[in-house]
Design a protein around this ligand. Structure first.
Ligand code: MRU
Length: 374
């Protein structure tokens, strides 16, 4: 990648300000935990894994800048920062997963001491960043088989290097297929109202010289009907125990369209996006953002004054519409509930169990074609 989404700079967190893309490539230096939280809230950085990394770095920064040598006072202050991070955005579970990891380090402050805890918090944040990039490469490796020579691949929102520590999930699959020498066409949903597809995915693909065609969200059906889309790959913000998947608003509609055109619909996500504590997608908290994102365009009003608007940032795609979930551990197929549980119960043997079964496609262990169960 020719850019870095987020970097630890010792006394600050540097992130590529995604609000300014594609017109300007500008980096934002956050010198306090609160400014990192603000960057997450205002979507200067966005995308589930990326906001997890940002929250972890924000906590490390808050800890590093704290002057207290008393473990209890120090812990109280850093816990406050953790709470601030948790309150930034509600849907992507990666953020909570990352804060949990940082809190685990903090719990040991009495025995480790303040200075050692600061070092450990920084190391943990860097580890979260580094492993995210590695994990995305593995997602790409597993998912690239789903893209065939000459395919049309449709994606929604931005699940690329900008949305992660680097490389990307759904776009990671596309990058890995390209690196194998495959030629294919990517269709990019514009992704109203924040235009992550138009502003960010199209920009990333141009940087990577991957042939891409931008469409508005309401054009996907026509493309499918014309036979131009062979596979859909999207990212995820939170996946419930039955495989129901929260992702950017519009994903659900795309999944319904895919089903009615017989096009396979895949979700690409790290296991840090799985939330097995939730039975179904009904329980996923959906962020509602300011209606000005709908009624205005970059500050300019485009709707009549006083009109009501609805602005959920995410929707939930039911598991029945999803062909598979591409994770760093392999492609998980239906029944999702059973296979997700197996994944967590036996992480080391997952590859052997799920990738080598002679079911035609990798990772089709217990497929029940007509099963309604996740
Ligand atoms: O509101 P955003 O831009 O943070 O939403 C991002 C998405 O919905 C992405 O598709 C998702 O986080 C996956 S990113 C690898």
């Amino acid at each position: 990648m020719k850019f870095k989404t987020i970097e630890w700079k010792g006394d600050r967190v540097r992130l590529l300000d995604q609000r300014r893309l594609p017109q300007e490539v500008q980096y934002l230096d956050c010198r306090s935990a609160s400014s990192v939280a603000q960057a997450i809230r205002t979507m200067a950085i966005r995308g589930a894994p990326a906001i997890g990394v940002a929250a972890a770095m924000g906590i490390a920064l808050g800890a590093k800048k704290n002057r207290s040598s008393n473990p209890r006072f120090f812990a109280k202050a850093v816990e406050k920062v953790c709470r601030e991070m948790r309150e930034t955005r509600p849907t992507a579970v990666n953020l909570f997963w990352a804060v949990d990891r940082m809190e685990k380090i903090l719990e040991r402050v009495e025995s480790d001491g303040v200075e050692e805890t600061k070092k450990r918090l920084v190391r943990e944040a860097l580890q979260i960043l580094g492993s995210d990039i590695e994990v995305n490469r593995k997602i790409g490796k597993h998912g690239k088989q789903l893209i065939k020579e000459g395919d049309g691949v449709l994606t929604h929102c931005n699940a690329g290097a900008l949305a992660t520590g680097g490389y990307g999930t759904a776009l990671g699959v596309i990058y890995a297929a390209r690196d194998e020498g495959k030629q294919f066409q990517v269709f990019v949903d514009e992704t109203r109202p924040m235009l992550q597809g138009c502003r960010l995915t199209a920009w990333e693909l141009i940087q990577e010289k991957i042939p891409a065609t931008l469409i508005t969200d309401n054009m996907a059906g026509v493309l499918m009907r014309k036979g131009l889309v062979n596979v859909v790959v999207v990212g995820a913000d939170r996946i419930a125990g039955n495989g129901d998947t929260a992702n950017k608003i519009g994903t659900y509609g795309l999944a319904v369209l895919s089903k009615s055109h017989g096009i396979p619909f895949y979700v690409a996500a790290p296991t840090s996006t799985l939330d097995l504590s939730l039975v179904s997608g009904e329980e996923i908290p959906i962020e509602e953002r300011n209606i000005e994102e709908v009624t205005h365009f970059r500050g300019y009003p485009i709707a009549p004054k006083g009109v009501k608007a609805f602005n959920p940032a995410f929707d939930v795609t039911p598991h029945s519409l999803i062909h598979g979930i591409i994770t760093e551990k392999g492609i998980i197929r239906k029944p999702f509930r059973k296979n997700l549980k197996t994944l967590f119960a036996t992480p080391n043997s997952f590859k052997e169990r799920f990738q080598t079964l002679p079911a035609g496609e990798a990772g089709v262990p217990y497929r029940t074609r007509n099963s309604k169960e996740g």
